[in-house]
Design a protein around this ligand. Structure first.
Ligand code: KIV
Ligand code: ZN
Length: 401
C-alpha cells in the first residue's frame, strides 16, 4: 500500500496567520509533539522573514531527528542562503523554494515575465541543490495558473534537481475535480518519473481544503501539506487531523496509509491551542469538544447499545480521553443511568425517574447538566433511601468537574 507523506506546516503557514505567532521555545515544544505524532516533514519557518524565524528553524533543525525539517525560501539567493544556514544542523533537511506561476502574480506582484520566472526557478533550485540534498519546489497560485505554463515550471524545477513538486491552491479557489485534473495533467506531462513526489497544499477559503487534498491523493499526490487544527492564512490550511483520519477511516476507498499515530492527534491539537491561546471551535471535526458528544436521547441510546450506530471512529482512536454523553433536555433515561453508573451509583427505576425529572428541569434552565449538578441531584434523591440501602449502592464518588 502506498504511503501519503504528511508535511506539517503549522509552524510556517499556520504560524504566519493573525493570533497564532509562537516564540522559539513554543515552536520547539510543538515540533517535538509533531515528531511524536509521526508527521514526515515539519516545515519550521521562513528564515529570511526575521532573525527569530531563522533561530526557530535552526532550533528545530538541531533537535528534531525523527522526521525531515523544511525551511521556506522565495526563489532568491538571499532567501535560499538564509534557509540553508537555518537548516545546517538538520539530520534530514529539506529546502522549500517557491515562486508564483499565475499570470496575475507574475504581472502584478513580481513584475516579471514567464521566461524570467522559469529562469529564476532553474537557477535557484540548482543553487539550492548544491547546499541541500532535498529540494521541494512550489508553484504559488498554481490553481489559477495556465496549466501548460505550470507544467513548464515543474519541468524546469525537476530538471534543476527538485524532487518534490507542490501544486498549491494558494487562495482556496479550486474545487475537487478541477484540482485533481491539475495532478493528472502534471503527471501526464512529466511522465510520472521515478523519484518525483507530487504534493498538495490547500487553503480553506471555500471550505474545500480537505476535500481538495483528498481529491489530490486520488489523483496521485503522495505528499499532503496541512496544519494542526487547520490554522493558517485567512480561512486556514487543510486540517491535518481531518485528512489523516479520513484516509484511515476510508482506507478501503483510498488505498493509502500515513505514518501518523492517530492516538496522538488530540494531545497535539490541545498543545497547539494551549500554546496559542486560541480555542478549537466545538464543532470542529475530529478534535472539537462536540466531535464525540451525543446529546439527543435516540443517539445516546444507540451509542450505548453499539457506538458504531453514531460514531465512525472511536474517540479513543484519536486520543480523546473518553466519550462524552452530554446530559441535556434531549437526553434519554438510558444515558442518565449509564452516567450515574460511571459516577458509581446504581439507582432503582423510581430513583432514576426522579433523577431524570430533575435533570430535565435543570437542563431546561441551563441547557447542559454539569457533573456537579448531577451529583447534587443524585445525592438528594438517594438521601430519601433507607440508610443501609444507600450505603450498599454508593461507591466512591469521583471529584466533580
Ligand atoms: O499557499 C501557498 O502557496 C504557500 C506556498 C509558499 C507553498 O504557502
Ligand atoms: Zn499556503
Amino acid at each position: 500500500m502506498d504511503t501519503v507523506h504528511i508535511f506539517d506546516t503549522t509552524l510556517r503557514d499556520g504560524e504566519q496567520s493573525p493570533g497564532f505567532s509562537m516564540n522559539v521555545e513554543e515552536k520547539l515544544r510543538l515540533a517535538r509533539q509533531l515528531e511524536q505524532l509521526g508527521v514526515d516533514v515539519i516545515e519550521a519557518g521562513f528564515p529570511i522573514a526575521s532573525p527569530g524565524d531563522l533561530q526557530a528553524v535552526r532550533g528545530v533543525a538541531s533537535e528534531i531527528r525523527g522526521c525531515r525539517v523544511a525551511a521556506l525560501a522565495r526563489a532568491r539567493k538571499q532567501d535560499v542562503d538564509a534557509a540553508l544556514e537555518a537548516l545546517q544542523p538538520a539530520r534530514q533537511p529539506r529546502l522549500h523554494i517557491f515562486l508564483a506561476t499565475s499570470d496575475l502574480h507574475l504581472r502584478y506582484k513580481l513584475r516579471i515575465t514567464r521566461a524570467e520566472a522559469l529562469e529564476a526557478i532553474t537557477s535557484m533550485v540548482r543553487y539550492g541543490r548544491e547546499g541541500c540534498p532535498e529540494v521541494e519546489f512550489s508553484a504559488e497560485d498554481a490553481s489559477r495558473s495556465d496549466v501548460e505554463f505550470l507544467c513548464d515550471a515543474f519541468a524546469a524545477a525537476k530538471d534543476a534537481g527538485a524532487t518534490i513538486l507542490n501544486i498549491p491552491d494558494t487562495v482556496g479557489y479550486a474545487v475537487p475535480e478541477e484540482y485533481a485534473m491539475l495532478f493528472h495533467r502534471v503527471r501526464e506531462r512529466l511522465g510520472d518519473p521515478a523519484g518525483i513526489t507530487l504534493s498538495a497544499h490547500c487553503h480553506n477559503d471555500l471550505g474545500l481544503a480537505v476535500a481538495n487534498s483528498l481529491a489530490a491523493v486520488r489523483a496521485g499526490a503522495r505528499q499532503v501539506e496541512c496544519t494542526t487544527n487547520g490554522i493558517g492564512e485567512r480561512a486556514g490550511n487543510a486540517s491535518l487531523e481531518e485528512i489523516v483520519v479520513a484516509l484511515a477511516v476510508r482506507q478501503a476507498s483510498f488505498g493509502v496509509r500515513t505514518n501518523v499515530h492517530l492516538e496522538k492527534i488530540y494531545s497535539t491539537s490541545r498543545l497547539l491551542s494551549s500554546i496559542t491561546g486560541v480555542a478549537v471551535p466545538p464543532n470542529k471535526a475530529v478534535v472539537g469538544a462536540n466531535a464525540f458528544a451525543h446529546e439527543a436521547g435516540i443517539h445516546q441510546d444507540g451509542i450505548i447499545k453499539n457506538p458504531l450506530t453514531y460514531e465512525i471512529i472511536s474517540p479513543e482512536a484519536v486520543g480523546v480521553p473518553s466519550r462524552q454523553l452530554v446530559l441535556g433536555k434531549h437526553s434519554g433515561r438510558n444515558a442518565l443511568r449509564l452516567e450515574l453508573k460511571e459516577l458509581g451509583y446504581e439507582t432503582s427505576d423510581a430513583e432514576l425517574t426522579e433523577c431524570y425529572r430533575q435533570v430535565i428541569a435543570v437542563a431546561d434552565q441551563t441547557k447542559q447538566v454539569r457533573k456537579r449538578d448531577l451529583l447534587a441531584i443524585v445525592h438528594q434523591v438517594l438521601r430519601k433511601r433507607p440508610a443501609a440501602a444507600a450505603a450498599a449502592v454508593a461507591r466512591d464518588t469521583p471529584a466533580a468537574t
